[in-house]
Design a protein around this ligand. Sequence first.
Ligand SMILES: Cc1cc2nc3c(=O)[nH]c(=O)nc-3n(C[C@H](O)[C@H](O)[C@H](O)COP(=O)(O)O)c2cc1C
Length: 211
Amino acid sequence: MNIGDIRSEYTQSGLNRNDLCEEPLEQFKLWFAQAQQAKLKEVNAMSVATVRKDGMPQVRTVLLKMFDEKGFVFFSNYNSAKAQELSSTPKASILFPWLDLERQVRISGNVEKVTQAESRKYFRSRPVGSQLGAWVSNQSQVITDRKVLSAAMQELQDRFKGDEIPLPENWGGYRIVAEFYEFWQGRANRLHDRFRYTRHSGGWHVNRLAP
Ligand SMILES: Cc1cc2nc3c(=O)[nH]c(=O)nc-3n(C[C@H](O)[C@H](O)[C@H](O)COP(=O)(O)O)c2cc1C
């Protein structure tokens, strides 16, 4: 099988300027709700791209855990590779690949840490195993084998037995404050619909882009 021969036509839908919400957040809400209705797997999974100090881009999947007019929030380890990248360049681009709907949404902007209170609130809502996992994993560090993780998990289970598990200092949320959105809907013959929102004198400017 030649992978060059893998292709499909995108014919499910179209996107017109008149159908778009004036606020990109409203458009995102609408598409997110439709992605949920379509029961897409891991509908809140998004790729997040950051930049290393030497200019090398890095991308990985994370889960979107909140979004509102303040921005788009995911949680992670504050000592991870992405955390180091965000501390030297506090900017990110996120991408939702809703391919079963022949859609993608791209958003980018400056990144800030959420408050400790916000991180604590979300941390508390996680299953205990995930709370312990946040303590156990020195995310992005080299480890010799899996036993390192199971030993640390056992030790922490003993330490916190029955107690409330505190928020680790090195764990919390990042908020991407959106400056740019792009909504993409696949169309026939690769003549897809793309609309870009950029900030413009307190509001948003919308442009259709060539596919
Ligand atoms: C579906 C999926 C969801 C993920 N969600 C998160 C997440 O919410 N936070 C996180 O730190 N890593 C998450 N990961 C793991 C990241 O992709 C990545 O491996 C990890 O954050 C380390 O990245 P870094 O070394 O670039 O910092 C997820 C991975 C997948 C495949």
